[in-house]
Structure formats: C-alpha cells, structure tokens
Design a protein. Structure first.
Lengths: 655, 148
C-alpha cells in the first residue's frame, strides 16, 4: 500500500513538473502574472511529492518488502540498518529517484529563498528547472521504475554489493548527486538569462551561491569516494582516472572555473557571456557523467546497472538540453554586453588564466575519457587510456594553476602593479622554497616529486596566509581585529585556497615517500617495513552480521615502543558470494600505517601487505577544508542575497 | 570446519594483486616488473592495471612479465611481447602514433588555443575605450599617490 502511494506520488510529481515547465515559461513570455505565480507552489509541491515517493521506497527497504523487485535485488534481512537505508540509492533506480528528488529540492529552495529575484526571472528559472525534472522523471517512470512489484516475492533478498556496504560509500552518492544536480540550478539561471537577454552583476550574485553549494557538495562527494577507495580497495590507491571518477571530476573543474568567472561578472561586469557558457557546460558535464555511469559505454568499476536502452534515453536528455542551451547561447550571447575594462596585469587577467587552465584541463580529461570510443569508431582500434596518460596530461595544468594562484589572489581589480604584487607574496615564496629544500634534504633524493609538490603545496598555503595578511591593511596595530571583521567571503577564499594547498602537499608527498612491503608472515613472526616493526599475533575466524571474516591481529611498534594494534580482515559475504578486503589503518597526521591480510599460503603463514603512507590524510583533509571555505563564503553570500538590492546602498556607505 | 572449507573454496579462485610468491629475487628486476605491470591493463577487469588487480588473468600476466624479465628482455621487449599476444588494448598508456597523436596533442594544442583566445580578449579589454579614461597627467598623479 505504502509502495503504491509512493508510485502514485512519483507519477503526480511528473504531472506537476509538466505544469511547472509550461505555465511559468509561457507566463513569463506573455507577462501573465497568474501563470508565473504557478511556479513557486508547483516547485514546492513537486519536491513534497518526490519526498513522499522517496520515503515510500525507503520504507520498502527498511521493512524488507521483498515483493518490490528493487528491494529483492539489493537488500537482505540480515543487512545492518544503515545499509538498508543506503541500499535505497545503492542501485540504478533508487539513485535516479534520489537525483529527481534533489532536482526538485533545489527548485523548492529557489521558490522559498528566491523572494528577491525579479518575478519574471524566477518564473523562468523554475520553469527551466522543472523541464529538467520532466526529462528525468520520465526516464525514471518509463525505463527504470523503482516501485515495480514481483509476482512471487522470494523469502529473502539478494543483498547489496558488499563493496557498497561501507559507511564512506553510504554517503558518497547523496553528496555527489547534490553536486551534480546542484549545477542544474546554475544551468537554469543561465538559460533564463539567455531568454531574457540580460546578464548583470545582480544575476551573478544570485548564481554564485547555487554554484558554490553545488561545488561544495561535489568536493565532499569526490573526497568521500576517494577516501573509500583508499581504505577499501586494499592497496591504498586514492584516484584511478576511472571513467566514472572522471565523470565527477569534469563538472568539478568546470564549476571551479564558473565560481571564479562569476566573481568577475559580479564585481566587474566582464566575462559575462563566458560565465553563461560555463554554467551551461558545468551541468552539461554532469549530464554526460550520468550518461557515462549509467549507460556502461565506458566500462568502469562502479556502474551498477548497465542497459543500452537507458543509455540512449540519457544520451537524448543530454543532447536535448545541451543542444538546446548551446543553440540559445549562439543566438543570444551577442546580446550580452560586458562593460568592465581592465589592464593586462590585473586580477581579472589572472582569473581569465585560471579559467583557461581549468576549462582546458576539463576538456583534456573529457577527451581522454571518451578516446577509446573515438578510436574504435574512427579506425576500429581498441585502445585503453589509463592513468599514465591522465597523469602526464593533467599534472602540468594543476602545477601551473598552483603557481599563479597566490599571485592572482593578491592582485587588485582592474590594474595591478607587478612590484606591489610581488611584495605581497615574496615571503610566501621564500617560505615555500625553504620547505621544499627541507623536503629535498630529508627525502631519498631519488625523485623530484617530493620537493616540487611540497613547494607548490606550501606556496599555495602560505600564499593564502599572505592574502589574508594583505587584506588586513598596512598598519600593524589592530590587524587581528581587522582580520576577524573581514567579510566571510574573504575568509572563505583564503580557507579554500589553503585547502587546495594541503591536498597538493598530501598527494605529492604520499606518492614520493610511500613504502610498500609484500611478504609471507607466520603467526608470531616479526618483520619491519619503513621505520616500523610488525608482529603477527594471530589469525582467527569471526562471524559478522551478514559476513564471515578472517581477522588477523598485528602489533605495530616503532623503535620497540608500541604504536597500535591493527586488525585487517578478509570478509566473505555469502549471499552475494563476494570477498572483500578490509584494510586496517592507523591514522596519523604525518603518516598512515596500512595493513592488509591475504591468503593462507601453502607452506604455512599468511600473505601480508604493509604500507607506510606519508601525509595520506592531508589529501582528504584538504578537500574538506576546501569545502569548509565554500561553506564560509556561502554564509556570507546568503546574507548578501537575502539583503538583496535594498541594502546595496548601505553597503556602499559601509565600505 | 564446514565453514572453513566453504570459505576456502570460495576464496581460492580469487588471487590478490601482487602476491609474495610472485616477487623476483633481484630487487632491480622486481621494480622493473612493477613499473611495467602498472602500465598494462587487466583485460577482464574494469580499468585496473595488472599490478593492482585480483583477477587470475592478471596474475598470469604478472608472472609472464616477470618471466620475460628473467629471460633478459628489455622493458620495451616485454611490453611488445604482451601487446603481440593481447593487442593494443592492453596498454594503459596509449602509444604516441597514428590517430593517438591527436589524443596526445590535445592538451598542448588546446592550451595554446585557449591562451591565444585569452590573449586576444585581454588586449581588446585593455584597449576598449574606457568612459572615465584618465589623462597622462592624471595617471601620473594617481601613481604618485599610490606609491606613498
């Protein structure tokens, strides 16, 4: 009964979305106030209906209703509750329902908090947003209905893929989807602006918080996925340049470019049509990502349901929305006039360079990702494009970005003086050189990766500090007071940039200094790896709620002093018939000790893999700090957005 | 006991990335083998190199690579040997030849194009007549004030 209610709510949501597309868009064109006014209640209604549908599906999973096909295929009575809930989106149908829910949720947010938008613009934005909803709800209902019932319900379910039964992965998809779908908001604003033919500072001010929110979620989602890969896949890799990872990375890169170019539109009324194009492309890459993941054209580690028919439908959605928006862009972009004038050496120019690097990097990732398809179509050669290509092509872009970032961040708008700029960051440069030299000395000296990465990372971090310092003015007294009173968006920028520096440092030092040891260890045996000694105390069989585990116990010591007791496991999930490795990790600020237990060997003893991973946690901490910077900036934006035009005069006085 | 036997039966098929028994005695040769393995795709896996894959086929390939190294092949000869058997698809690092040249040139060409476009744009932005343009005398006075 509840499942049918959910199904019914889902269909109603489609009907509401159709209304919400047609009436506000027509109303906005003809200036019919009553038709435009349909947008907000419809947006709220659509979100409420989808929330009901989602709750119904969650209920079916939680109560293990095996008459629902999706529950049978992805759940089991013995599964812990958290994974029953995360099972809702751990499959194709459920994840698309989540996608639609988030899409409607963002629409509802605009309906609730968009009171300061001009009525016509708000109606258009909600209309465009609803049209995306129509496409995806149609896709959901007609090709992947989550509420389909089974004629003969089985006694129990087939369980969720054991790799997905993990706290890190349970919350990876919702964050990622908040990011992907959040970019639909910037897209809707861009299309509405093109229809209107007007892009001004106010438009940029409204678009930025949505982009910032989407980017924040995407950052956290990607970091969670990478962290999961690190501890779950058994050898501590954190990025694989897998098509699905690239699918999330491309919109991330474009959204970073969009965040920066929208600043230029807001402050300086320049780069307008480029910003609109980026807003279209950011969501375009999200759609392409959904297509890549769901269609299985490019096989990858984590696509759960691959079906050609669904692929065709998604390709059609991508084609219609991208094609339509780009056509509109081609027709209307010339109507958008940029007025801001700036010198070649200025913050604007630095941000243009930032945009070129990010956009080209995203394009290169895109080309590398689809290249196997292109090569096969062009001359029927089956080729692979793997990490070596991406590392070689992508790294120079990020190195260049890291070099120019601190310089650009301290430049003033309009016209900068190189001398003044250099004065603001020279201490940071000296500090970064010092740190790089130190890294060079304590390193083995066999690779330049460590020192170069440490230089770039600390340059970005110290550059962010210099940026903050420069913001607080010339006089030394009262500097702290002024720093505290800086706008939150300034703090957000500094924190996010520092986070990037932390991630860069973590990645380079991990790759440069990692220690690996593979051996057979007998119970009671002691061996050493890096500066640590490991003793295999014993191995025992343990029964988990829905798995069997072979659990080893190691004592880890350094110079004879006990550091930790680690229990790596090898689990077997009998229902899914799948083994997983559960690495045991002793987390530290400067290193992780990472242990994996393997098979019992013929001659006795267990296969053991040991890693010392320096600075591993910096990678994800950096990402979280970037997200924190975004949140700080968002808290400032929201105030400004809520304040709207009414307060603008007061702000000018205050500044 | 039943459980143990069941467990072993299920796991026995699955190998486990590089295993202790596979490692070559000579560390230099082993490190060459690891580097080569990282560039070879596990054919039945999804986007994994044979170095990190748990599949049986990947293990066979790892052993093959090591066998060739012990036989005295150079790195290029080992890779050529594997490509002869399994095709170009096995290479995670696409060869810089034929149509793949387009792929490899994508990054530098697009970057140059992007920089050129940005350069043209920046020059135009600078020379566009500014409504509140300053006279040279005014500009000098501003520079003077800014330096103080």
């Amino acid at each position: 009964m509840i499942v049918e209610l959910g199904h019914f709510a889902l269909i109603l949501a489609l009907v509401v979305a159709c209304l919400q597309t047609v009436m506000p868009l027509v109303g906005a064109q003809r200036r019919w106030g009553a038709w435009m006014a349909v947008a907000e209640p419809a947006a709220l209604m659509q979100a409420a209906l989808l929330a009901v549908a989602f709750a119904a599906l969650t209920y079916a999973f939680v109560s293990s209703d095996f008459s629902v096909r999706l529950v049978t295929a992805n759940s089991h009575t013995l599964k812990p509750m958290i994974y029953k809930v995360s099972g809702v989106w751990g499959n194709h149908e459920g994840s698309m329902l989540l996608w639609c829910l988030i899409l409607a949720f963002f629409g509802a947010l605009v309906a609730m908090f968009g009171g300061n938008l001009p009525d016509v613009l708000r109606a258009r934005v909600l209309g465009v947003q609803a049209s995306i909803g129509v496409a995806f709800l149609g896709f959901l209902i007609f090709t992947s209905n989550p509420f389909a019932r089974l004629d003969a319900p089985p006694m129990n379910g087939r369980d969720l893929n054991p790799l997905l039964q993990d706290p890190g992965l349970a919350f990876h998809p919702p964050f990622l989807y908040l990011g992907y779908v959040g970019l639909s908001m910037s897209f809707s604003f861009a299309v509405a602006a093109l229809v209107e033919g007007r892009v001004d500072a106010a438009w940029a001010r409204w678009v930025r918080p949505w982009t910032l929110l989407a980017w924040l979620m995407l950052t956290v989602g990607i970091a969670l996925g990478s962290w999961w890969a690190y501890y779950e896949l058994g050898w501590g890799g954190f990025w694989f340049w897998d098509p699905v990872e690239n699918a999330s990375f491309m919109p991330w890169l474009i959204s970073v470019a969009l965040l920066h170019s929208a600043v230029v539109v807001e402050k300086r009324e320049a780069l307008k049509s480029w910003t609109v194009l980026l807003a279209i492309l950011a969501f375009g890459f999200s759609l392409i990502g959904a297509f890549i993941v769901r269609s299985g054209v490019l096989t990858s580690v984590h696509a759960f349901a691959n079906d050609p028919e669904r692929g065709v439908y998604l390709l059609a959605i991508t084609g219609v929305f991208m094609g339509g928006a780009l056509l509109l862009y081609a027709a209307r972009a010339s109507a958008i006039q940029s007025v801001g004038v700036f010198g070649t050496v200025s913050r604007e120019s630095a941000l243009v360079l930032n945009n070129v690097l990010l956009a080209v990097a995203a394009l290169v990732v895109f080309i590398g990702t689809v290249w196997p398809l292109v090569a096969e179509l062009a001359n029927s050669r089956k080729v692979s494009v793997g990490p070596p290509f991406f590392e070689a092509s992508f790294t120079p872009f990020f190195m260049t970005l890291a070099v120019i970032l601190p310089i650009g961040a301290v430049m003033p708008w309009k016209r900068a003086r190189l001398g003044r700029t250099v004065r603001a960051v020279w201490l940071a440069a000296v500090g970064a050189f010092g740190i790089a030299a130190f890294v060079w000395m304590i390193g083995t000296g066999r690779t330049m990766l460590g020192p170069v990465g440490a230089f770039l990372g600390s340059w970005v971090i110290l550059g962010a500090v210099s940026d903050l310092w420069a913001r607080t003015g010339q006089a030394h007294s009262g500097r702290l007071h002024r720093a505290i009173r800086l706008p939150r968006s300034d703090w957000g920028r500094v924190v996010a940039h520092a986070g990037l520096g932390i991630t860069i440092t973590g990645i380079s030092l991990l790759l440069a200094w990692e220690v690996e040891d593979i051996r057979i260890a007998k119970e009671g045996e002691t061996f050493s790896a890096g500066r640590y000694e490991f003793t295999l105390i014993g191995v025992e069989e343990v029964l988990g709620p829905n798995y069997h585990s072979t659990m080893a116990e190691f004592r880890v010591a350094r110079n004879g002093r006990a550091v930790a007791v680690l229990r790596p496991e090898r689990r077997l999930y009998p229902v899914a018939g799948m083994p997983t490795t559960e690495a045991a990790i002793d987390n530290g600020v400067f290193r992780d000790v990472y242990l994996v237990i393997g098979e019992l060997q013929d001659g006795g003893g267990w296969a053991v893999r040991t890693y010392i991973k320096p600075f591993a946690n910096w990678i994800w901490s950096g990402a979280v700090i970037m997200g924190l910077g975004g949140a700080l900036s968002l808290s400032d934006r929201r105030f400004r957005v809520a304040a709207g035009a009414r307060r603008r005069a007061m702000q000018v006085v205050a500044e | 006991m039943m459980f143990r036997a069941f467990l072993l039966m299920l796991i026995a098929g699955a190998a486990w990335a590089v295993e202790p028994g596979e490692i070559l005695e000579d560390p230099a040769q082993e490190s060459r083998a690891r580097d080569i393995s990282k560039g070879l795709r596990c054919l039945i896996c999804r986007n994994e190199s044979i170095d990190e894959s748990d599949a049986g086929l990947a293990r066979d390939l790892r052993l093959l690579v090591r066998e060739r190294i012990v036989e005295g092949d150079s790195d290029e000869e080992v890779v050529a040997f594997v490509v002869d058997r399994y095709g170009e698809y096995v290479l995670l690092n696409p060869r810089r030849e034929g149509i793949n040249l387009l792929l490899w040139s994508a990054a530098p060409v697009l970057l140059l194009a992007g920089l050129a476009a940005a350069g043209v744009f920046l020059v135009r932005r600078r020379s566009a007549a500014s409504p509140d343009a300053l006279t040279p005398a005014e500009r000098a006075r501003v520079a003077e004030l800014m330096d103080e």
